[in-house]
Design a protein around this ligand. Structure first.
Ligand code: CDP
Length: 237
């Protein structure tokens, strides 16, 4: 039996969070951005002076993490993240976190330690869940799996605009390089690498607005609902 979950996986800055959040708000579902789990652990590591490749040190920080999927009424805005009484929402999107997060996330023991936390954060669903391994590892039984993609140029433009909107300085070239570095680390790692699940629908978002992507996914969900009984997932666009 598939679960009432829409999994959105894809490379860095492909729009998973923006699209996932809007989609969840429309459907009245919960939304979880699992990237925040890895970002929060990386932030904690920086605070505690734990190097990004120190697996035992990182594992000791895991119990400090507490996350839950945002309720539908919260889904429209960014998830506010608190760690130990401190609001860290913007800090988690900092280039310093971008630089280390994939080094943290590539470690098999770390990923294993975070699986239960992510499933617990989602609860019984229904939910939209965004990440890298949602359709392959965390919720392989998700009823609809989307792989959101976009060219590196488009993704660098989006990330630079996002940073600029928060008053941070960003050069297109630096963002493009940072994104490509993370893509390489995320795709080449042995533990749950970024990959297109065989039953995922790939959507290339160059030239599409977030709203158009949300609509496309909603249409796919409606089709999936009407044909879900006993049918394996469709592939292709
Ligand atoms: O928002 P953006 O696509 O740039 O990144 P993110 O979703 O916040 O994820 C940050 C990093 O966490 C990724 O580059 C991965 O290294 C890691 N990650 C992961 O390994 N598995 C997930 N399910 C989500 C994120």
């Amino acid at each position: 039996m598939s679960r009432e979950i829409i999994a959105i996986d894809g490379p860095a800055a492909a729009g998973k969070t923006t699209v996932g959040r809007r989609l969840a708000a429309r459907l009245g579902w919960r939304f979880l951005d699992t990237g925040l789990v890895y970002r929060a652990l990386t932030w904690l590591a920086h605070q505690h002076g734990v190097p990004a490749d120190d697996t035992p040190g990182l594992l000791r920080l895991v119990p400090l993490l507490d996350l839950r999927a945002g309720a539908p009424h919260e889904a429209k805005s960014a998830t506010t993240v608190w760690i130990g009484g401190q609001e860290v929402t913007d800090a988690l999107r900092d280039p310093a976190i971008d630089a280390d997060v994939s080094l943290v996330a590539r470690q098999p023991a770390i990923r294993a330690a975070l699986i239960a936390l992510q499933r617990r954060a989602v609860g019984d669903g229904p939910a939209v869940v965004a990440g890298r391994d949602i359709g392959t590892v965390i919720f392989p039984d998700a009823r609809l799996k989307i792989y959101l993609d976009a060219s590196p140029e488009e993704r660098a433009r989006r990330r630079a605009a996002e940073l600029a909107s928060r008053g941070a300085s960003a050069s297109l070239e630096a963002e493009r390089a940072a994104i490509l570095r993370r893509d390489a680390l995320d795709s080449q790692r042995t533990a749950a690498p970024l990959t297109v699940a065989p039953d995922a629908v790939r959507i290339v978002t160059d030239g599409l607005t977030a709203e158009q992507v949300v609509e496309r996914i909603q249409t796919l969900w409606a089709q999936r609902q009407s044909t879900s009984t006993g049918r394996a997932g469709a592939t292709g666009q």
